[in-house]
Each structure stands twice: as C-alpha cells, then as structure tokens.
Design a binder for this molecule. Structure first.
Ligand code: NAG
Length: 215
C-alpha cells in the first residue's frame, strides 16, 4: 500500500513537472518563421533547409546599454524576438546595465525563473514571497555572485555602488514576459478606476491621479 502511494505520488510529481515548464521540443530545432501567420503556442517553424547560423546568434552583448533615463538602467534582451532559433527551447538571457544608484523596479516574469550573475559592481536584489507572508528575501551581491528569482514572484535589482554595474541573467523561457508592477497598476490602458486603486492602496484619489499621470 505504502509503495503504491509512493508510485502514485511520483507519477503526480512528474506530471506536474511536465506541465510547469515549457513543452519539450519534438525536433532538433524550430527556428521561428517571421512570415508565418500560423497561430501556435510559441512561433511556427521555418523550413529547416533555410536555417542558418545567424538564426542562433546575437551580437553586441559586450556593449553597455544607455542608462540615461529616469530609472538609471537598461535591459538588453536576447529572447526569441532577437534570436529566432530560441523558439521552443525554453531559455533566453538579458544583459542589464545600471547607472550609479540605478534601479530595475519591482516586476514579474510570468513565464520564467531567472538566475542573475553580477559581472561588475554591487547590486541589492530581492524577491517577495506570495500572500499571506509577503516575505522579502534579499541580498547585496558583489561581482561574481549569483541570485535566483523564482518564476512569478515580484523582484527588483538596484545598484548600491557609486560606479556603473552590469549583470547577465538566464531565464527559463524563450519569452519570459515582463510585468512592471507600477506600470501595470498605475499605467494600464485604459486606466483602472481610481476608486479601485484608492481603496486598494489606501491612498487619496489625488495621489492615484498623480501616479496615473506619472505612469
Ligand atoms: C542615451 O539616451 C539619452 C536619452 O534618450 C540620449 O539623449 C543620449 O544621446 C543617448 N546616448 C547615447 C550614447 O546614445
């Protein structure tokens, strides 16, 4: 009986694994075909005879991103949008540049766990667990340190040094998606009704109006 329960739990566990990540490829590769109008989960494959090395390649990650913006940070993505060969492979990466005191604001990747490595500088990074605990798990990272942001959790990075910082992350999706909390809540189009936000954040409607104009 105990054995049977063990086997059943293992089966349930492996089914959960199979559905919790991107589907496994059914061929060597499926380079995204930009001309196809087929509606599939991901992107349609181009004829494999037309596939070239450039479909699996991206150049320029050695170049610093321009951080002259209000957040003082710049993301250079290498997802399926830049590298069509990533289609169906469940992986992507980003380079992030941070000006002194620059910030990547609280955001969510709905489809990916992220593992980040600091190449230059010091970053304060963290994520918040789901309700009801909302526990902040954070750490200051130095060059060479790595940190994991579990899929779907709100997380952030901030440059806590006086110099520029650089990080590189790998993400477990060809198309991780980004939901920046402030922009999604206060910058939606059309806007969320201000009485909803006023009650949700327990703030005056004037403050909601101000934040909606900002985002
Ligand atoms: C960086 O971005 C700022 C603001 O958009 C722009 O004024 C500046 O020319 C850019 N710098 C470079 C080197 O592209």
């Amino acid at each position: 009986m105990a054995n049977r329960i063990l086997v059943l739990s293992l089966v349930a566990f492996s089914c959960a694994l199979a559905t919790a990540f991107e589907p496994s490829p059914l061929q060597d590769f499926c380079v995204a075909d930009p001309t196809s109008s087929a509606r599939v989960n991901g992107l349609a494959c181009m004829d494999s005879k037309l596939v070239k090395a450039d479909h699996f390649s991206f150049s320029g990650l050695h170049m610093p991103g321009n951080t002259s913006n209000p957040l003082g940070s710049k993301v250079t993505p290498v997802t399926v949008a830049q590298v069509p060969g990533l289609n169906t492979l469940g992986i992507s990466m980003v380079r992030i540049d941070y000006a002194p005191w620059g910030v990547i604001p609280p955001h969510i990747h709905p489809r990916a766990t992220e593992i980040l490595t600091v190449l230059e500088g010091s970053l304060n990074v963290g994520f918040v667990t789901s309700n009801p605990d909302n526990r902040l798990i954070s750490k200051v990272l130095q060059k060479g340190d790595t940190f994991v942001f579990p899929v779907g959790l709100v997380h952030f990075q901030s440059n806590v040094g006086y110099g520029a910082a650089v990080s590189v992350s790998a993400l477990s999706s060809q198309n991780p998606g980004v939901i920046t909390v402030a922009n999604a809540v206060f910058g939606s189009n059309p806007p969320i009704a201000s009485d909803v936000l006023s009650k949700a954040f327990q703030i005056d409607k004037n403050v909601v109006d101000y934040l909606q104009v900002t985002f």
